[in-house]
Design a protein around this ligand. Structure first.
Ligand code: UD1
Ligand code: CA
Length: 456
């Protein structure tokens, strides 16, 4: 995208959002893994390096500022006197700073970069007083109507509350996104008068002013009405989430990923997936997750902030901040927690849990086991029901299991403890002391009974 330092962006977000019925500011509600407001901020940042001006209400100021940090300059609109009044709050901060001023809403997350880019290009090419977006929809409810004269030029925007029946019947509508010539904006904004019916300062009245002065007004129609969806209720929030999801899933399908039922797969925009991977129904991929090529993920899996290599399989499992190396697999019903790593070709079967632990290359842990703070060597076998007792009530302790070790079913490994390479433990052992390499320990508490090479 072209960055234009002569462009300033104002994001309006001071509306009361009463229909959201929430204690949390509407624009901080999560959509596709990030706050609603993030979408407008990203659009602004894509167009210009200058931090946008964000107009907020006094009751949301503190919370929004805490989330936002230095990414935008906050301006508080104390009396909600309309969109024109909201932009007036930004005048002192912006006047003389930029040649064009783009007005965005903080609650219009489906707007696409390309659309804004086109608007911006039109504004710079024509230097019209106002370059605005319009949309044609069957349902005009709540939108300002675009009034055009006999020659097709825009002559006014009439708000629904002020519209006569003829004007109310117009289906070309005001999206609410405009690029203003800054000189025009700052000269005319103070001239706005309260509207007759609602007493609000309508930003849209600037269009009538420009037309009366025969100043050029440019407009761009969006082809996708969904792009202009403003989020006023949680019903619209859900619709936006669906739409974003469809965009994300379609992107990955076009990149070579198969979805058996994309309607039931939920991917954050931050996730990446390799070719020929198959995503099965009811799969959630979140945060900084990357999935390699030729994997099978799902059904019924939740994966957050994980790195998954090529040719892995995840079946009905939950993974958080974990790593799966090439060719490893998990499930059904496995749980990888923070710091878990399945090395190349490792297998974790039913009802296993791992935290801050590594299952070495080719190692297997088939059934009902817990590994916490453990390192398991290559090709070791963790028998059904094995537990690392890593917590003594105060502190966590490590367990080390050597290469090729064979841990018998239902072994309790009381950490800190080390099982040597090639060692075995008997079923039901409670291991409280280290077991040397190639030896066999069993019993409660486990004793080293024999060297493994004497066994056969
Ligand atoms: C506005 C437009 C209308 C357009 C519609 C598209 C005006 C007068 N009307 O309608 O032509 O079709 O958007 O959605 O501009 N806001 C403030 N302070 C205020 C009022 C609003 O910051 O005092 C913010 C809201 O948070 C929201 C945006 O401005 O992000 C639009 O407000 P909203 O009330 O939804 O729009 P309307 O005025 O109904
Ligand atoms: Ca309104």
């Amino acid at each position: 995208m072209t960055h234009d330092s002569s462009l300033a962006v104002v994001i309006l977000a001071a509306g009361l959002s009463t229909r959201f019925k929430s204690a949390t500011p509407k624009v901080l509600h999560s959509l596709g893994g990030k706050p609603l407001l993030e979408y407008s901020l990203e659009l602004a940042t894509a167009l210009t390096d200058a931090p946008p001006i964000l107009v907020v209400g006094p009751e949301t100021e503190t919370e929004i500022r805490a989330w936002l940090g230095e990414r935008a300059q906050l301006v508080v609109q104390s009396n909600r006197l309309g969109t024109g009044h909201a932009v007036m709050q930004a005048q002192a901060a912006l006047e003389g700073r930029a040649r064009h001023v783009l007005v965005l809403y903080g609650d219009m997350p489906l707007l696409q970069r390309g659309t804004l880019q086109a608007l911006h290009e039109r504004a710079t090419a024509t230097d019209a007083a106002i370059t605005m977006m319009t949309v044609t929809r069957d349902d005009p409810q709540g939108f300002g109507r675009i009034v055009r004269d006999a020659s097709g030029q825009i002559s006014a925007i009439v708000e629904q509350a002020e519209a006569t029946p003829e004007i109310a019947a117009i289906r070309e509508l005001n999206v609410g996104i405009y690029t203003f010539n800054a000189a025009f904006l700052w000269m005319h904004l103070p001239q706005l008068q309260p509207s007759p019916r609602k007493g609000e300062y309508y930003l849209t009245d600037l269009v009538g002013m420009a037309a009366a002065e025969r100043l050029p007004i440019e407009s761009l129609q969006t082809s996708d009405p969904l792009e202009t969806l403003g989020i006023n209720t949680r019903v619209e929030l859900a619709l936006a989430a669906k739409t974003l999801q469809r965009r994300i899933n379609e992107h990955w399908m076009l990149e070579g990923v198969t979805f058996q039922d994309p309607e039931t797969c939920y991917l954050d925009s931050t996730v990446t997936i390799g070719r020929d991977t198959v995503i099965l129904p009811n799969t959630h991929l979140r945060g900084k997750t990357t999935v390699g090529a030729s994997c099978e993920i799902g059904p019924n899996s939740v994966i957050e902030d994980c790195t998954i290599g090529n040719r892995c399989r995840v079946t009905a499992s939950v993974l958080e901040e974990a790593v799966m190396e090439e060719g490893s697999n998990i499930g059904p019903f496995g749980h990888l927690r923070k710091g878990a790593r399945l090395c190349r070709g490792a297998h974790m079967g039913n009802f296993g849990e791992m935290k801050n632990s590594t299952l070495g290359p080719g190692a297997k842990m088939g059934h009902f086991s817990y590994l916490g703070d453990a390192i398991v060597g290559a090709d070791a076998n963790i028998g059904a029901g094995t537990i690392t007792c890593n917590f003594d009530g105060k502190r966590k302790h490590p367990t080390t299991i050597g290469e090729g070790a064979f841990i018998g079913s239902d072994t309790m490994l009381v950490a800190p403890v080390e099982i040597g390479a090639g060692a075995r433990t008997g079923a039901g052992s409670v291991v409280t002391h280290d077991v040397p390499p190639d030896s066999v320990a069993y019993g409660v508490p486990a004793r080293v009974r024999e060297k493994k090479d004497q066994e056969s």
